[in-house]
Write a protein that binds this ligand. Structure first.
Ligand code: ADP
Ligand code: ZN
Length: 503
């Protein structure tokens, strides 16, 4: 009997378990799922609303005049889009500010919003790149939806490199690709309404996916360069507006001592100086406070990105060499601007502008151009007795030019036209070509050395002015070279001889 009862009880339990165990398991599963979802909270939609950031006006930004001019146009448009549309003008939609960190890109975007009275939406592209596939894309979609609702508005995307890198590179999950694609879709979807302007910031243009730079997307690219000496002085003035300065403080002097530093660094220096004065319980910031701040900040930074004095002197003579050769040679374009403010990979540059369009170049003109290209190296040789690796970019152009002159234009002296056109080149002809090219380059280099040696006084004056001012515009060049016997100006295409950094 008891055996039977036990058996029946066992039997009951089996039946009971068959029903309830799955139900229990299901409940546990639900609880686990909910807990897991809770932990994913961070990806919950954050609220997107216009930023009420401090009002940045044009006057708060100094030393980046080119970028400001470019963006003023956007402000004009945002203020009165109808006027522009009535004339059929295409409207700016995507503007890419690129340049080193701390040069004021965020500041510029804020100023555009403030000056045009538009709402400002800022997001760092890094925040779009989430581990969960699709989240970044959804965030972008939402950001643009809200921005459109608030139009006119400015969408500012900082650190565009974070999503804008070339697609498929170092992206295992495909998340970055999805995010970038969504961004492209949003940019394309803007069509003609155009009361939402997207401004993005990036440190390096080269790293971005070319798809981003196509027409209708970020087709306006504005380089935001580190400030030159005059620019630095104006930035210092902006950041000392609220600081009581003792008469001993010479902002021009501070600007001279901070070559290579950005607006953010300068703001930092002003702040440090004020803190130093406050620690002394002083009522005014004195020159000594700036010296202390400079020592703390500049020492570290100049080692990182600035040039030391000797390097600066070398770059100044290098660029002065290019410029002086250009001034002395009739066929070469007039020098428009010389700069030793590092820009991108170039340590300095000399910009030659044409007086009129002209495409055909004679052999003499091409040799003159080569002479200008080699003028940088020649100046280094002449002044320092040795050459640095800074002229690598110049050589590339010279080599290509010499090759083209011999092979394509048949401008060599010994490789005849028949041999060039004939195409099939015997080994002897190839050797002859190499020699011809080397002769052309050597001749140009000797010419450059000669020109600079004959006008050493002007070379020194130009280099000194460059070290002093960092950037020389046409008028400055005229002043420095006032008594230089000037040839009749020639013309040609726009050419930039840049000194490449050798890293
Ligand atoms: P970026 O976006 O290029 O990295 P920011 O715009 O964030 O640089 O600049 C950081 C800070 O540095 C600004 O808040 C401002 O105080 C200062 N600053 C940078 N550039 C300038 C400038 N051109 N004029 C005045 N202040 C500047
Ligand atoms: Zn050069």
């Amino acid at each position: 009997m008891s055996v039977l009862a036990a058996f029946l009880g066992y039997y009951d339990f089996k039946e009971w378990a068959a029903i309830w165990v799955p139900v229990l398991l299901f409940c546990v599963l639900i609880v686990l799922l909910v807990t897991a979802m809770r932990q994913m909270r961070p990806t919950k939609p954050q609220q997107i609303k216009p930023e009420d950031s401090p009002k940045i006006a044009w006057d708060d930004i100094a030393g980046v005049d080119e970028a400001k001019d470019e963006l003023r146009e956007v402000v004009d448009f945002m203020k009165d889009p109808k006027r522009f549309k009535a004339l059929g003008a295409t409207v700016p939609r995507g503007i890419l500010l690129h340049g080193p960190p701390g040069t004021g890109k965020t500041l510029l975007a804020k100023a555009v919003a403030h000056e045009s009275g538009a709402d400002f939406f800022a997001q760092s592209a890094a925040s779009f790149v989430e581990t969960f596939v699709g989240v970044g894309a959804a965030r972008i979609r939402r950001l643009f939806k809200v921005a459109r609702k608030h139009a006119p508005s400015i969408v500012f995307i900082d650190e565009l490199d974070a999503v804008g890198g070339r697609r498929g590179v170092g992206d295992v999950s495909g998340e970055k690709d999805q995010t970038l694609n969504q961004l492209l879709v949003e940019l394309d979807g803007f069509n003609a309404r155009g009361d939402v302007v997207v401004i993005a910031a990036s440190n390096l243009l080269e790293k971005l996916d070319p798809a981003l730079l196509r027409p209708g997307r970020f087709d306006r690219q504005v380089f935001v360069s580190p400030p030159d000496r005059a620019g630095r002085e104006r930035i210092l003035a902006v950041h000392t507006r609220a600081i009581p300065l003792a008469p001993s403080v010479d902002l021009d002097l501070v600007a001279r001592q901070t070559s290579g530093l950005t607006g953010a660094d300068l703001a930092n220096i002003c702040n440090e100086a004020a803190i130093g004065a406050a620690r002394r319980h002083a009522e005014q910031v004195v020159a000594g406070d700036f010296d202390t701040a400079l020592e703390r900040i500049v020492a570290g930074m100049q080692a990182r990105r600035g040039l030391n004095e000797q390097e600066k002197r070398t770059v100044a003579y290098h660029e002065a060499g290019h410029a002086l050769c250009a001034e002395l040679l009739p066929a070469v374009d007039r020098v428009h601007r010389i700069s030793i403010v590092p820009r991108g990979r170039a340590l300095g540059y000399t910009l030659n502008l044409p007086e009129e369009d002209r495409y055909l170049k004679t052999r003499e003109e091409l040799i003159d151009y080569m002479t200008v290209l080699l003028g940088g190296r020649a100046a280094e040789q002449l002044v320092f007795g040795s050459v640095t690796t800074g002229a690598a970019g110049d050589y590339e152009v010279v080599t290509a030019l010499a090759a083209a002159m011999v092979d394509e234009y048949a401008m060599g002296t010994r490789v005849t036209l028949r041999r060039v056109v004939g195409g099939v080149s015997a080994e002897a002809t190839m050797r002859l070509r190499d020699e011809e090219q080397a002769d052309l380059a050597d001749g140009a280099y000797r010419a450059a050395l000669g020109l600079l040696r004959d006008h050493r006084r002007h070379l020194d004056a130009l280099a000194a002015a460059l070290l002093e001012q960092e950037v020389l515009e046409r008028a400055d060049i005229d002043r420095v070279l006032a008594d230089l016997p000037r040839p009749v100006a020639g013309a040609g295409d726009l050419s930039v001889a840049a000194t490449e950094r050798s890293d």
